[in-house]
Design a protein around this ligand. Structure first.
Ligand code: 13P
Length: 252
């Protein structure tokens, strides 16, 4: 468990106030303690309104920051009300960016939008956390693999720097519901993804994360998924206590 690098990514979604920095600070303090020996990458993705504030306030070298979104165009700056470019999030302290999250897809991000965001994040050298996952309906119809193939093939172009790409499998029906796919199902999906990325994009060691209702209670089961490089955590990342418990349980 300890020899490979594991990602723990905190997606705060539309939550957080400046005073909540203390939650991040506690995680930084915890990491500098005895968990130092494990290879892990911790990334906080706060809302855009807090990204610069949190990243400037942070003093822990063990914490990284990411944006939850970027604008669709490749412009660094320009007349685009309400948009924040990849360059701007980088200047704000982000090394990572979430793209393709189902909550953004539900608000209109389609395959093409996602493709454009991936291309511009890649140009800016942001590390991309590319989220994919099937709906409950597709899960019930046993159609997840077809959906995943489509999400990958319609938004990935061949000449990306695949070292900067991290995949996050988040079944939509598992997000915020407390429902988690069983181990057999997850192993099937992860092994499909690994093979598909190898065959179609020559990614030999794809980094694939699991997301959806991850908690301190289920991490002991989730850590058994083969080929899983870490976790994308929503609700349970908001409080330091819960996030720390997830990391602690993962390593014990
Ligand atoms: P929850 O952990 O709250 O289910 O959210 C998962 C998620 O959407 C992370 O991106």
């Amino acid at each position: 468990m300890s020899s490979k690098t594991t990602f723990f990514i905190a997606n705060w979604k539309m939550n957080g106030l400046p005073k909540n920095y203390k939650e991040i600070n506690k995680v930084g303090a915890f990491l500098s303690d005895k968990y130092k020996q494990f290879k892990k990458i911790i990334v906080y993705c706060p809302p855009m309104s807090l990204l610069t504030y949190f990243s400037k306030k942070n003093t822990s070298k063990l914490l990284n920051f990411g944006a939850q979104d970027i604008s669709v165009t490749q412009l660094d700056f320009g007349p685009q009300t309400g948009s924040v470019s990849p360059k701007m999030v980088k200047l704000g302290g982000a090394k990572f960016v979430l793209i393709g999250h189902s909550e953004k897809r539900a608000k209109g991000d389609n395959f093409d939008t996602i493709k454009k965001k991936i291309i511009s994040a890649n140009k800016t050298n942001l590390k991309i956390i590319f989220c994919i996952g099937e709906s409950l309906q597709d899960y019930k119809k046993n159609n997840a693999i077809n959906i995943l193939k489509k999400q990958l093939s319609k938004s990935l172009v061949k000449n990306l720097n695949f070292n900067n790409l991290i995949f996050a499998y988040e079944p939509i029906w598992s997000i915020g519901t407390g429902l988690v796919p069983n181990e057999k199902y997850l192993n099937k999906i992860f092994s499909f993804l690994k093979q598909y990325l190898k065959d179609n994009y020559k990614i030999n060691t794809a980094k694939i994360l699991y997301g959806g209702s991850v908690s301190a209670d289920n991490i002991n089961n989730l850590k058994l998924i083969s080929n899983c490089s870490g976790f994308l955590v929503g609700g349970a990342s908001l409080k330091a206590k819960n996030f720390i418990e997830i990391i602690r349980n993962y390593y014990t």
